[in-house]
Write a protein that binds this ligand. Structure first.
Ligand code: 5RP
Length: 242
């Protein structure tokens, strides 16, 4: 196991510990990515052992849904449960204000919907994900309708971004679970933490953008908690809802 995977596992363990303390959290949003997967595998173990009660989970991607089924976790939908108790997910970057950059796996649209349906939102990261400014290392992913791709690209350039179509290894456009394309938009100087909410609004206002990967901490409707695993141990930052 790599050192980063060890830290991800420690963050997942802390989330399980916190979950075990709150048996009222029974309807869960299930995140996407390697960190969320580590959490899911351990969640399935404690669920099967009867340690953590779970009514149902809403997966944020087909990939997560497949894994959750394999692990025997009970699943539900937003149709049945439009309000969830808690979503646990990973992130690509976290800035000092707790703003998040997500969508490395292209699942950010469903991830955001599920997060916004949740009363509590826990983000698990290893300390390498902490950055002074979002976007310095990863582009901001925009899920876009193919019809509007060129128009979105122009609008992103006008905002100072450099859009690039995400491709599969075979060179064809990557497709999200919704059948849309992803434009990875580089903002090489990064985004000042005080500007994240404004840029998020501007990106959302471009016609043809289904969803972008910025999750400003001040916009998350539920209680946001960021669980960071580092060499010096676990740090939990709680950011209250508005
Ligand atoms: C997927 C995501 C993931 O949460 C993000 O990419 C982090 O993944 P990992 O835990 O593998 O580093 O937003 O769309």
């Amino acid at each position: 196991m790599s050192n980063r995977d060890r830290l991800k596992a420690q963050a997942a363990e802390e989330a399980l510990r916190l979950l075990g303390e709150q048996s009222v959290l029974r309807l869960l949003g299930l995140g996407t990515g390697s960190t969320a997967e580590i959490f899911l595998r351990r969640l399935a173990e404690v669920y099967r052992a009867g340690i953590v009660p779970l009514e149902g989970g809403v997966p944020t991607s087909r990939r997560t849904e497949r894994l959750a089924r394999e692990l025997g976790l009970p699943l539900t939908t937003l149709e049945e449960h439009p309000e969830l108790d808690l979503t646990v997910d990973g992130a690509d970057e976290v800035d000092p204000r707790g703003n998040l950059l997500k969508g490395g796996g292209g699942a950010h649209t469903r991830e955001k919907i599920v997060a916004w349906a949740s009363q509590n939102y826990w983000i698990l990261v290893d300390e390498s994900k902490l950055v002074p400014r979002l976007g310095e290392r990863h582009p901001i992913p925009l899920e876009v309708l193919a019809f509007g791709q060129r128009v979105v690209e122009r609008a992103v350039r006008a905002l100072g971004g450099e859009p690039r179509l995400r491709l599969r290894p075979d060179g064809t456009p990557f497709e999200t679970d919704e059948g849309n394309r992803v434009l990875d938009c580089a903002f090489p100087k990064g985004i000042d933490p005080t500007d994240v909410e404004g840029l998020a609004r501007e990106l959302s206002a471009i016609p043809g953008v289904v969803e972008h990967g910025l999750f400003p901490s001040s916009s998350v409707p539920g209680k946001l908690q960021i669980i960071v695993a580092g060499r010096d141990g676990i740090r939990v930052t709680r950011l209250s809802a508005r």
